[in-house]
Design a protein around this ligand. Sequence first.
Ligand SMILES: C[S@@+](CC[C@H](N)C(=O)[O-])C[C@H]1O[C@@H](n2cnc3c(N)ncnc32)[C@H](O)[C@@H]1O
Length: 359
Amino acid sequence: MPRSARGRAALAGTAARARSAAARLARSSAPGGRGAGETRSARAGFARTLGPQPLAHEAATVTRILYGRLSEQDVAATEQLIRDTPGAWEHYFAGAERAHNHDLLLALGMWLGSELLSERTGLIRAEPPEDIHAMTRGAQNAAGGLYEANMVIDALTGAGADMSLIGAGLDFGCSSGRVVKPLAAAYPEIRWLGCDPNEPAVTWAREHLPGIEFFASGNLPPLALGDGALELVYAISIWSHFKPSRGELWLAEMQRLLAPGGYLVMTTHGPTSVAHYASIGQRSAAQSQEILDALYEQGWWYAAEFGTTGDWGVLDPEWGTAFVSPEWVLAQLCPAWRVLEYAPGRNQDNQDVYVLQRV
Ligand SMILES: C[S@@+](CC[C@H](N)C(=O)[O-])C[C@H]1O[C@@H](n2cnc3c(N)ncnc32)[C@H](O)[C@@H]1O
């Protein structure tokens, strides 16, 4: 089957799966449904009036750059490709005349194998197989982690960074490269690197995402890069896992790797995450309270939650689930870093986003 025909068949399957997931969700949140007891009390008890906050600058910059490379005819051709896939337009764009969600247009077009789209945007169509670590997969994510890529660049821009001065940028904890993929397409003049201790993920990324330098990292610093080699490091959902003592070691390594004035964009679990997990019933009321107490008393909570098989085979006793308070982050960072941005809960209404500048 040609790639685009396979893509169409899989896209129709994805649409059907999404419909049945929505139906399951509706059933489980119906009165008396699973999770009605403990979940509901946790939700009520940990809700915050101080909700997630936007970044100082929200412009979906990466999407705008990539979509901006398309002519009106390119957009129309991509829309037509989606319309030609049975059920896809109705499912993803409902009754809309045009594809107003540009992330989705890019993703579905890439999923369907549009060579035009790859050519114009520089995006690569490559989906890791099920046995390779990836935080997101499937049709809606076929342009990579656009949500996270936009978040990184908007956070930097809001903090006053000039992207034309970034020579080299590292995705620290890159998995199979979903976030660095759209960034490398949007900013081809930057030298992009990605590292992760999950060797199969890094190997897959190196083989399928040309032009980006992927390498395996150890659980402990240092990385095999020179002092001041980078102007940018970003780390999505990495300091949300380090035991704080390990997190401090890696923060010191980021100081070494970044040139003075360089940026570290990172996300971590904070107080908003307590409300988030309580609201979806993922942590009990008792555990949510334990985390809040620990944040109040010592600024962090940590549990080694990956068990004996580790995180997709990566074994590290200091890698689990971490929550840290902004107070703890500030105490560890200043004065070696400047804190340029703090957006509580900005990552998926869950993790806090920080932009730090190496002094
Ligand atoms: C939650 S995932 C986030 C991946 C990626 N940043 C993204 O957003 O797609 C965490 C990543 O950290 C990696 N990791 C596991 N153990 C680690 C360790 N000890 N030190 C650093 N990274 C680790 C995992 O392999 C995984 O790719």
